[in-house]
Design a protein. Structure first.
Length: 133
């Protein structure tokens, strides 16, 4: 067997190992992507939402509260969660939590704007305006 045959076998073995690692990593990361968010309680334990797209936040007593959508803490330390899976929440200029069916962001005036698309997202652009999809 010549040098080309040896190199060919090494390359195909390396490709097979790389393929197996890629498949394993894709399964690991796909489970992370679809898991709900997590938070740490007053005892240092991590608590995660049971629902894919769900959220968690820590209340004024250090307890983790989770919901089917994103969660945020209001001006009184109370956790408010979106009631739609994948829904979003954000805190406005008055400390109130505003939730919607999609992701939320706070504009330059402190107002919360949420996507009207379930599971959609919002971000603040360079001009301080909220843009949603």
């Amino acid at each position: 067997m010549g040098i080309c045959g040896i190199l060919g076998r090494i390359a195909s073995a390396s490709f097979l190992v790389l393929l197996v690692y890629t498949i394993i990593l894709s399964f690991l990361f796909s489970s992370v992507v679809f898991a709900g968010s997590c938070a740490v309680n007053q005892h240092g334990r991590v608590v995660c939402a049971d629902t894919p797209g769900g959220g968690c936040a820590v209340n004024q007593h250090g307890r983790v509260v989770c919901g089917v959508g994103d969660c945020a803490v209001n001006q009184h330390g109370r956790v408010v969660c979106a009631d739609t899976p994948g829904g979003g929440c954000a805190v406005n200029q008055h400390g109130r939590v505003v939730c919607g069916v999609g992701g939320c962001a706070v504009n330059q005036h402190g107002r919360v704007v949420c996507s009207s698309t379930p599971g959609g997202g919002c971000a603040v652009n360079q001009h301080g305006r909220v843009v949603c999809n």
